[in-house]
Structure formats: structure tokens, C-alpha cells
Design a protein around this ligand. Structure first.
Ligand SMILES: *Cc1c(COP(=O)(O)O)cnc(C)c1O
Length: 392
């Protein structure tokens, strides 16, 4: 008996709910041993029964059962028709951009991830692909940026680190009215908080490095697609360009998605508690968190997100004050990245966003006194106590 891991989610009831999908979609006991966890198929090739007859697996760049199990799992989690796992979030974004050709135009969220900007600005412009960076929280600015050659609207919501939101239904309607695809980088929210395909997105991309893996021990990326042509192209380019996720990393991310629902619930709860503490603190000038009623898009956050995520930023007035907080925290770790179970604190202006010109940083509210926290799932009282002592 051959088990096709790509078909394994078919045993799930069709009305299975989110946390059940996270744990079971794409998963089936190993047919030779009954192992409940999909094995790490660490092999480069597969023996064929006879000439022209094989089990659906020929060569491991093209097909790997561990990777296929992860792809079926995440496709179901995001509500897409198929998913393709790549060696990093940037490799996944790179795969999407191979749908473009010379002369095409893309509208991009202005405050997009730095690595995405670097790929678009330093690599893809060499192939005569044009990019317009706009504040996609404003539909009028999206509309104004659209051209006949526009093939994609590439959106991040919430953005990093100023947590600006884009209305996904509006973005989908605008993109489709202009014959363009809506691509959503859903890394910051995770599918437990926001499922862009429900709002009309054509493609969703993740750095699995962050919440999907969730344990700060793997780098990877995944693209979830809806349309048949997109699915076929992504399957083709994954094999043709070859930037595949390894079997071991696929296994790690599969382990991560099983606990996505409970992890995100705790990230949401903890971030809300930390945001409320900071908002009431006399030394904190401003807290940016979509869950706070003073967030300019709090109503949109309530409509399109389930919970408000684990990321928040706050302003302590001066660079010196920010440095003090960053150097004095004990439980929180000073580090880039996000989405792991442990709390990370960072200084966007000198760390993740150092390459953004100062004038541009000022424009989007990314001040030198801004501190970002990826709130982990420790006891929130311990996180608040740590900030309390660091701020004093
Ligand atoms: C980290 C990140 C990426 C890039 O992912 P890698 O796995 O580091 O290549 C892309 N988009 C967002 C929003 C990210 O946070």
C-alpha cells in the first residue's frame, strides 16, 4: 500500500475546524510502521519497481513526502488549494515574482519587509520590472498607483514595525478590477489570526521561520495558491529553480503548525496585556498595537483579524531611553526576528530597518525612540515585571 501524503488530508471531515485542521491536515500514520508523526524522508532518490513504474516519487528536489505533508497541511490551514515550501521566506517571495515578466508593474506596501524591498529594488528592477511603493492602508493611493501593466498588488498587513493595516477585501477588489493578483505576506499575523484567502487574496506567502514554525529553530518559506495556473506554475518553479525546504525543516514546521492555535491564542493574550501595561506607563509616549482602541485601524483589525497578534511597538520619547530599556531587559532577548515562543525585543531604526533612509523612517513613524517586541508565550506577569524594571 502506498500512502500519498499529498492526498492525506482527505480523511479529515470536510467541516473540520481550524485547530483540528492544524493538527491533522496532510497527516497520516506512516503506512509501513504506523508512526503517528510523518517521518523525515532523508533521501535523494526513490527506487522504481520496473522501468516506467514508480510510486509517484522519482527525485527528492521534485517530490519529498515530508515536504508534501507540510504543504498539504499549510494549504488547508490557509484555505488554499495547494502550497509549496521553499528554503526561506525570501525564496518563497522570489518564486512568486517568477510569475512576472519584463515590462510588468507591481504595487507594494511602502513599509514592506526590508528583504522584500531589497529583492524588488536591487534584483528584479534589473529585469525591467517596475515597482510602486504606496501606503496600502489608503485605497485611494492603491487606485492611483495602478497602471495597465500592473500585474500584482503585494501587501503586508500588519506592517513591521508600525503595525499599519491594509483592508484585504478592498485590496482584493482593487487588484481584481485592474486584472492584477493580490499577494499577501501573512507572516506577521499568522493564519490563526488572519486568513487572506477568505478576503479574496490569490496568493499568500509566509516566512515559516516566524509563527508557523514558532520555535526559532528553522528558516523556511511557503506559498499558498488558489488558482490552477498559479498552482501549476509554483510546482514547476519549485522544481525548476530548486529552492526547496529540506525534509528536516519541513518536519520542524509540521511540528510547529500542530500548536499554532494555542500558541497564537497565548501570543494574542500576552501582547494585549503588555500593550495595556505600556499604555498606562508614564514613561511611554505611545504604544502601537492593533488591539488597543486608540489604534487608528482598530475597527478594521476587529473585522479582519481574530485576535490582534503578538507584535507591538512603543515609543519611549528619546533614543537614549530606548537604549536603556533594550539594555536593561533580562527575560526578553535583544534580537531580530519574531514569532517564536520566547519574547524578543529590538530597535527597528538601528537593527531591522537600518537600511531605510532616515527621512523615509520619519515619514512612516519609525522613530529612533521606537522599540519593537515580539511577545512570546511566557507568563505575561513575568514579561510585565521585566519591562517594569527596565523602564524604571
Ligand atoms: C522574515 C520575513 C520575511 C523573510 O523570511 P526569511 O525566512 O527570513 O527569508 C518576509 N516577510 C516578512 C514579513 C518577514 O517577517
Amino acid at each position: 500500500m502506498i500512502t500519498d501524503y499529498r492526498q492525506a488530508s482527505m480523511k479529515l471531515p470536510p467541516d473540520a475546524r481550524f485547530s483540528t485542521i492544524c493538527i491533522h491536515a496532510g497527516q497520516t500514520p506512516d503506512p509501513s510502521t504506523g508512526a503517528i508523526i510523518t517521518p523525515i524522508f532523508q533521501t535523494s532518490t526513490y527506487v522504481q519497481d520496473e522501468l516506467g513504474k514508480h510510486k509517484g516519487f522519482e527525485y527528492a528536489r521534485t517530490q519529498n513526502p515530508t515536504r508534501a505533508a507540510l504543504e498539504a497541511n499549510v494549504a488547508a490551514i490557509e484555505g488554499g488549494n495547494a502550497a509549496f515550501a521553499y528554503a526561506s521566506g525570501m525564496a518563497a517571495i522570489g518564486a512568486i515574482t517568477t510569475m512576472l515578466k519584463s515590462g510588468d508593474h507591481v504595487v507594494v506596501t511602502d513599509n514592506t519587509y526590508g528583504g522584500t524591498f531589497r529583492l524588488f529594488d536591487k534584483v528584479l528592477t534589473k529585469y525591467k520590472i517596475d515597482f510602486s511603493y504606496v501606503d496600502t492602508s489608503r485605497p485611494d493611493l492603491i487606485e492611483a498607483a495602478m497602471r495597465p501593466a500592473t500585474k500584482m498588488l503585494f501587501v503586508e498587513t500588519p506592517t513591521n514595525p508600525v503595525l499599519r493595516l491594509t483592508d484585504l477585501s478592498q485590496a482584493a477588489a482593487l487588484a481584481h478590477a485592474h486584472g492584477a493578483k493580490l499577494v499577501v505576506d501573512n507572516t506577521f499575523a499568522s493564519p490563526a489570526v488572519q486568513r487572506p484567502i477568505e478576503f479574496g487574496a490569490d496568493l499568500v506567502v509566509h516566512s515559516t521561520t516566524k509563527y508557523l514554525n514558532g520555535h526559532s529553530d528553522s528558516v523556511g518559506g511557503i506559498v499558498i495558491a488558489v488558482g490552477d495556473e498559479d498552482v501549476e506554475w509554483l510546482r514547476f518553479i519549485q522544481n525548476a529553480a530548486g529552492a526547496i525546504l529540506s525534509p528536516f525543516d519541513s518536519w520542524l514546521v509540521l511540528r510547529g503548525t500542530k500548536t499554532l492555535t494555542v500558541r497564537m491564542a497565548q501570543h494574542n493574550t500576552n501582547a494585549m496585556a503588555v500593550a495595556a501595561f505600556l499604555a498606562a506607563h508614564p514613561k511611554v509616549a505611545n504604544v502601537i498595537y492593533p488591539g488597543l482602541t486608540n489604534h487608528p485601524q482598530h475597527d478594521l483589525a476587529k473585522r479582519q483579524m481574530r485576535g490582534f497578534g503578538g507584535m507591538l511597538s512603543f515609543d519611549v520619547g528619546t533614543f537614549n531611553a530606548a537604549r536603556c530599556v533594550l539594555n536593561r531587559v533580562r527575560l526578553m532577548s535583544l534580537a531580530e526576528s519574531l514569532g517564536g515562543v520566547e519574547t524578543l525585543i529590538s530597535h527597528p531604526a538601528t537593527m531591522t530597518h537600518a537600511s531605510v533612509p532616515p527621512a523615509r523612517r520619519q515619514e512612516i513613524g519609525l522613530t529612533d525612540s521606537l522599540v519593537r517586541i515580539s511577545v512570546g508565550i511566557e507568563d505575561p506577569a513575568d514579561l510585565i515585571a521585566d519591562l517594569e524594571q527596565a523602564l524604571s
